[in-house]
Design a protein around this ligand. Structure first.
Ligand code: ADP
Ligand code: MG
Ligand code: ZN
Length: 483
């Protein structure tokens, strides 16, 4: 039996208006004209000087504090030197020996249970430019877009506390939720604002020391993170089983072939010739500033999760889905607050089930949603009071979703109110039974499944508006009288 040992390095772009060390705007790479948001500083012209973006530091601190890190009163920017066409200065300004923050925790829940993953460090740096390589072998070239060069980046490094690919994925997802709550990062993976590097080694269960690890780069989605790790874990396990060594190296994830490929030997610290950035003073974070930021943090997903479970008696599953996005959690709570007497569990079911179902089907996000909490609450009230039944409520919700009308207005205009009147339904039941003597005979010959068919007939006559329980009771009563 083998187990995986995984530590993640997460790169999150910080969603500020301007770049880390210059005044250039942060633009959407998929929209903006290449190299349209570039100045002498971020294009690495000699003689220019960087200036720290205070907002980026503040956002970095939000994340660090939300992760329960100790923040450094003084941290140091450092030059990480290497040559690559996406890095015009020939070095990246990062933090090294003295990062912004250390020693945090992120709580995750998986099928294996709950665990606290230790955060080793959180530091600030700048993003590199983006290269696009031609895939035409007869005409090879690369394009350089420096719009991304100098965009503020936060690196969050975990301790090697994760034990499976699935766990690593959950860690990534939970961290993404947190960054979105803090409004530090949009979480838009398709735009590359969140990128993973996974360090992984494999050892027999019970062994004490870690074995040699590899690092997988280029993991830009949760799927890639999980698949890349599964592949690499398998590869290393096979090597161990064959008694062959794992070589410490950097692997790339090949998305097309779904395999990891060796890129280069593991770089040593010395290769980067780190030294303190001479053009920037030490970064000072006063205790007051850190405290102010700590006090401004919103209720975090983990706390909200516990509260939703306790306050609304929700299952882990429902609470998880509802707190994943702050907007969803707010919508749910608003609905519950104004729906006096409606069971929160019912509200949770309808939000995560029907409402999300419609939103996914049509591709509507929460801010485009036409169903207000008030209207949604109206629907739940009618359902709870049994003035409409469940199938009708689904139809009504679909109409609310399209039209933005209230549930009451739709029910009224379409005459969808549930028929609960026992006399009226008794009459319909007897009509159905009288109209189908052959089926009634078969029923008494032992074909009891026909009871469902009779039920269906009554529902058909009432266009689904009948109170199902009343119909069932009435059917049972009338059939027993005919015996
Ligand atoms: P470097 O700075 O050289 O990339 P670090 O020692 O800072 O390396 O670790 C980087 C990441 O690798 C961290 O997330 C850490 O948890 C993880 N890590 C360290 N050793 C191992 C190991 N033996 N197996 C798996 N992950 C590891
Ligand atoms: Mg590394
Ligand atoms: Zn610039």
């Amino acid at each position: 039996m083998y187990e995986a040992i995984i530590g993640l390095e997460v790169h999150a772009e910080i969603d500020t208006l301007s770049k880390m060390f210059c005044g250039c705007p942060v633009v959407d790479l998929t929209q903006a004209e290449p190299n349209s948001a570039v100045c002498p500083v971020c294009s690495g012209m000699p003689g220019t000087l960087p200036v720290v973006n205070q907002r980026a530091v503040e956002y970095g601190l939000r994340v660090a504090l939300a992760l329960g890190c100790e923040t450094a009163p003084v941290s140091i920017f450092a030059r990480k030197n290497y040559f690559y066409p996406d890095l015009p200065k020939g070095y990246q300004i990062s933090q090294y020996k003295e990062p912004l923050a250390r020693n945090g925790l992120l709580h995750i829940r998986t099928q294996a249970g709950e665990r606290a993953v230790r955060i080793r460090r959180v530091h600030l740096e700048e993003d590199t430019g983006k290269l696009t390589h031609s895939d035409d072998e007869t005409d090879p070239y690369s394009l350089v877009d420096l719009n991304r060069a100098g965009v503020p980046l936060l690196e969050i490094v975990s301790e090697p506390d994760l034990r499976s690919a699935a766990e690593a994925r959950v860690y990534g997802e939970i961290l993404r939720n947190l960054l979105r709550y803090l409004r530090v990062n949009t979480g838009d993976m398709q735009k590359g604002v969140l990128r993973f590097e996974a360090n992984v080694s494999v050892r027999p269960v019970g062994e004490k020391d870690f074995r040699t690890r590899t690092e997988i780069k280029n993991l830009n989605s949760f799927r890639a993170l999980e698949r890349g790790l599964l592949f690499e874990i398998d590869r290393q396990r096979e090597l161990h089983e064959q008694g062959k060594p794992v070589i410490q190296q950097t692997m790339g994830w090949d998305e097309n072939r779904q395999v990891t490929v060796p890129q280069r030997g593991k770089e040593e610290e010395d290769d980067y010739r780190y030294f303190p950035e001479p053009d920037l003073p030490p970064l000072v974070v006063s205790a007051e500033w850190a405290e102010e930021i700590r006090n401004s943090l919103p209720e975090l997903p983990q706390t909200k999760f516990q509260r939703f479970r306790a306050e609304y008696e929700l299952s882990d599953y429902d609470a998880d889905i509802l707190v994943a996005e702050q907007g969803v959690a707010d919508f749910f709570e608003e609905v519950v607050e104004i729906s006096d007497g409606v069971n929160p569990k019912l509200a949770a079911n309808w939000v995560t089930g029907e409402l999300f179902g419609l939103m996914n089907q049509v591709g509507v996000s929460l801010d485009q949603l036409r169903v207000s909490p008030q209207h949604f609450s109206g629907l739940l009230k009618m359902l709870e009071e049994e003035s409409i039944n469940t199938p009708t409520a689904k139809t009504v919700l679909a109409k609310m979703f399209e039209s933005g009308q209230s549930a009451e207005a739709i029910v009224e205009s379409k005459g969808l109110s549930q028929i609960s009147d026992a006399d009226q339904l008794a009459q319909m039941v007897s009509q159905v039974l009288d109209g189908n003597p052959d089926q009634v005979a078969k029923y008494f010959d032992g074909k009891e499944s026909l009871a469902n068919w009779f039920f269906g007939q009554v529902m058909r006559v009432t266009k689904g508006k009948a109170n199902p329980q009343v119909v069932k009771d009435e059917l049972a009563k009338q059939l027993s009288l005919k015996k």
